[in-house]
Ligand binder design. Structure first.
Ligand SMILES: NC(=O)c1ccc[n+]([C@@H]2O[C@H](COP(=O)([O-])OP(=O)(O)OC[C@H]3O[C@@H](n4cnc5c(N)ncnc54)[C@H](OP(=O)(O)O)[C@@H]3O)[C@@H](O)[C@H]2O)c1
Length: 338
């Protein structure tokens, strides 16, 4: 089988398509013939050597796939063979074949293409955990979705709209029309201007009830200051620290130094909550994640979960796929096709 191998830390030239032996399913596992694999910002950070959760190099990244079950382990229901599925993969998803625990897969909804299905697991589970599970967003409340045009951002918009919240989103300006057409109430340009005064003006100086922030560093400080009373800040990424080579390391260091410290008495007096999320640290809680996934797949049937694929790239064009995310051009999900 062919796999996308990140051979070392570095720029896109470290990405190589290589032949490896086919996997066989172990205990409790299935082997999926991959039809589409999701590309995530974590894959970019891992290639840059800035992702502490990534496997040692050389490695095959890939947290999610859609495809068809090719083989099952001895202790797994044989009727899974031939079924179209979508699954979370603990790396290795960017391959023609991947072995995963049967508990990490769900049946692919018929109405989704394989490409759309591969856009579901990471983006929607992350957005669901941030907004529904930890952020507890309610009808009539307001949410600021940073990086609203990205994969997680669009997923968050679907969920916030379904709840009936007022939605604010920061994004590069070229994405604003797409976002408002899709239902975002207020698009904010955070590239050319400071987003905070714009948000405060739009909310009559009050701020919002929930902010989900994957930028990190000093950005979290500003997001925290933009909460209204009983507001919550969900922190889930440090894209501010992304960059190649030495400049990337410096940016990540700067982001770490600029992170805010939250004092319990400050939280208490301002009626604010803060929380962090790392979906990649939930492998030991499959039952919880399965419940979230069931809700998300029900949302696909009810048509309020609308995975949006920005572009599909062949494995051989993985360098272009990485560039699209790094150059901030994507709207929604980038997927890789074996
Ligand atoms: N903790 C978790 O469990 C978890 C799970 C999934 C993702 N995440 C995090 O969520 C964020 C979004 O991930 P994603 O996979 O959905 O990616 P994405 O948003 O689809 O991809 C990149 C987009 O991020 C925005 N961006 C902001 N700062 C950037 C920078 N310094 N360099 C490049 N792009 C930047 C750009 O959009 P605009 O310029 O239009 O904003 C760009 O188009 C990332 O920080 C990721 O690490 C965390």
């Amino acid at each position: 089988m062919r796999q996308i191998v990140t051979t070392a830390n570095g720029d896109i030239d470290v990405l190589k398509v290589q032949e490896k032996p086919d996997p066989t399913p172990g205990e409790g596992e299935v082997v999926i013939r991959v039809r589409a694999a999701g590309l995530n910002f974590a894959d970019i950070l891992a290639r840059q050597g800035l992702y502490p959760d990534g496997p040692p190099k050389p490695c095959v990244m890939g947290y999610e796939v859609s495809g068809v079950v090719d083989a099952v382990g001895d202790d797994v229901n044989k009727s899974f063979v031939g079924k179209s599925v979508v699954a979370m993969t603990r790396f290795g998803g960017q391959s023609e074949l991947v072995a995963v625990k049967a508990t990490q897969m769900s049946e692919k909804p018929d109405q989704l293409t394989f490409e759309q299905a591969a856009a579901i697991p990471v983006n929607y589970l992350t957005a669901y955990a941030l907004i529904v599970v930890m952020g507890s967003l309610h009808e009539g409340e307001s949410i600021l979705i940073h990086n609203a045009g990205g994969g997680v951002g669009l997923a968050a918009l679907d969920i916030a709209k379904k709840i009936g919240a007022v939605t604010y989103g920061t994004a590069s300006p070229g994405k604003h029309k797409f976002l408002t057409d899709r239902g975002l109430d207020h698009a904010i340009d955070y590239r050319k201007q400071d987003w905070q005064p714009q948000l405060m003006q739009l909310t009559n100086g009050r701020g919002v009830d929930l902010i989900i922030d994957p930028i990190g560093g000093a950005h979290w400080r500003k997001s925290y200051a933009s909460l209204r009373h009983t507001g919550r800040l969900g922190m889930f990424g440090v894209s501010a620290g992304s960059g190649n080579g030495f400049s990337g390391k410096l940016k990540m260091l700067k982001a770490a130094i600029q992170m805010p410290r939250f004092h319990p008495l400050g939280l208490l007096s301002k009626n604010r909550g803060v929380f962090g999320l790392n979906l990649g640290h939930m492998w030991h809680e499959p039952e919880k994640v399965a419940v979230w996934m069931r809700d998300i797949l029900r949302g696909v049937e009810e048509e309020w979960i609308r995975p949006h694929v920005d572009q599909a790239f062949s494995f051989e064009d993985v360098d272009k796929a990485h560039r699209r995310l790094e150059e901030r051009k994507n709207i929604g999900k980038v997927v890789l096709i074996p």
